[in-house]
Design a protein around this ligand. Structure first.
Ligand SMILES: Nc1ncnc2c1ncn2[C@@H]1O[C@H](COP(=O)(O)OP(=O)(O)OP(=O)(O)O)[C@@H](O)[C@H]1O
Ligand SMILES: [Mg+2]
Length: 367
């Protein structure tokens, strides 16, 4: 039996959300947690967002990650690891199709130029679609653990509020006006909407506006479905079986962001189950920097110049690790009893199963 993952913080979890600011290692951590869960006998699926190509290679998926779950071949592993890459536009379309009253309504939306422009780029769409993927996979009987990677953000609300964005949008008074059935296009649109439309049209141009109006009109009747869906996703996010893992790096700015992120989760009635501090400088040997500096002086006094230089290096490296450690103070304090695990900076990129497993070995300690 291997040591518990993240100090046992993920025991009984059915959903794990990896969050944190840009570039800290969220995608890597998500892959590692999926891998470790599979090694512990679980059937895990990892939804990644825009992973480095090397991650797909590392998972032995040279064709890249598909937008549907693909089984990762793991020799001698009792559980299962599946991985998929979120395709925001494809997911958006599947959400539209699932909610539309008819194929014709769905076609009208996805063929709309405004839709085609916003589907991949509208702020919050990626978060929204990640939460949709979470919802779909959570209900999928093939998996008993869903690990979700999130887009880079220093704001927890980007992800937590995403499910309701479209529902709120569609229920907004201005859009309700736009969605009123129009017979002759813009000209005969409800008169109450005309001043708003003229104002928007001046900014974005009337062609864009016509597309946008047609887009929102095409949604007519789907508001309730979207709202219910958003409520379902929120229920999953707030379930006790869902755990948030905060990924950070040992630098003052990212630690500050991580603490702020944790505060926001708490404000939403959620909590951080564990934190991963990635790319920490490894500690060399057991002593501290001061001891290594003493050794360096002693060796220098003994005339052992080369050994003295090596000790001086060790002292410097330990000092870096100690300073990093000091930066973690506010995060440790914020976490309370939740475990914090440090992952060292690896020699190279995470490019194969061995390097994923190496990171995993640092996440299966006591914390
Ligand atoms: N401990 C580590 N040692 C060395 N390289 C690492 C380590 N952790 C992650 N990396 C590498 O750093 C890069 C960024 O990691 P990753 O993609 O997981 O970050 P991210 O938080 O998902 O980024 P983004 O916010 O852009 O989505 C990747 O190339 C990954 O292989
Ligand atoms: Mg990422």
């Amino acid at each position: 039996m291997s040591a518990p993952l993240l100090g046992g913080a993920l025991d009984d979890a059915s959903v794990v959300v990896c969050c944190g600011s840009g570039g800290v290692g969220k995608t890597t951590t998500a892959a590692v947690l999926g891998l470790e869960a599979a090694r512990a006998g679980r059937r895990a699926v990892v939804v990644t967002i825009d992973p480095a190509r090397r991650l797909a290679d590392a998972l032995g998926l040279p064709g890249g990650l598909a937008d549907t779950p693909t089984r990762v071949e793991l020799p001698d592993v009792s559980g299962e690891l599946w991985a998929m890459m979120l395709d925001t536009s494809a997911m958006f379309e599947s959400v539209v199709r699932a909610n539309a009253g008819s194929d014709e309504q769905a076609d009208r939306i996805v063929e709309n130029r405004f839709y085609q422009n916003i589907a991949g780029t509208l702020s919050g769409t990626q978060e929204y679609m990640a939460s949709e993927a979470l919802h779909q996979l959570h209900d999928d009987p093939r998996f008993d653990l869903v690990v979700v990677d999130t887009p880079p953000s220093r704001n927890a609300l980007d992800f937590l509020e995403a499910p309701g964005v479209l529902a709120r949008f569609l229920e907004h008074r201005a859009f309700r006006l736009l969605m009123l059935p129009a017979r002759g296009g813009l000209r005969v649109l409800n008169t109450a909407a005309q001043p708003i439309l003229r104002a928007i049209g001046k900014v974005v141009g009337s062609d864009v506006l016509a597309d946008a109006v047609a887009f929102f009109q095409a949604f007519s009747g789907m508001e309730v479905g979207f709202r219910e869906r958003a409520e379902d996703v929120m229920a999953v996010l707030h379930s006790p079986d869902t755990r948030f893992v905060l990924v950070a790096s040992p630098r003052r700015d990212t630690v500050t962001e991580a603490v702020w992120f944790a505060d926001q989760l708490v404000e939403q009635g959620l909590e951080v189950a564990a934190a991963v501090v990635n790319r920490a400088h490894p500690r060399f040997g057991t002593g501290d920097a001061a001891q290594a500096a003493d050794e360096a002086s002693r060796c220098a006094a003994d005339g052992q110049a080369a050994v003295a230089a090596l000790w001086a290096n060790v002292a410097e490296l330990r000092l870096v690790a100690e300073r990093e450690h000091a930066e973690l103070g506010p995060l440790v304090e914020r976490l309370g009893d939740a475990p914090l695990l440090e992952v060292p900076l690896l020699d190279g990129d995470v490019h194969d199963l061995a390097s994923l497993a190496e990171i995993g070995s640092h996440l299966t300690g006591p914390g």
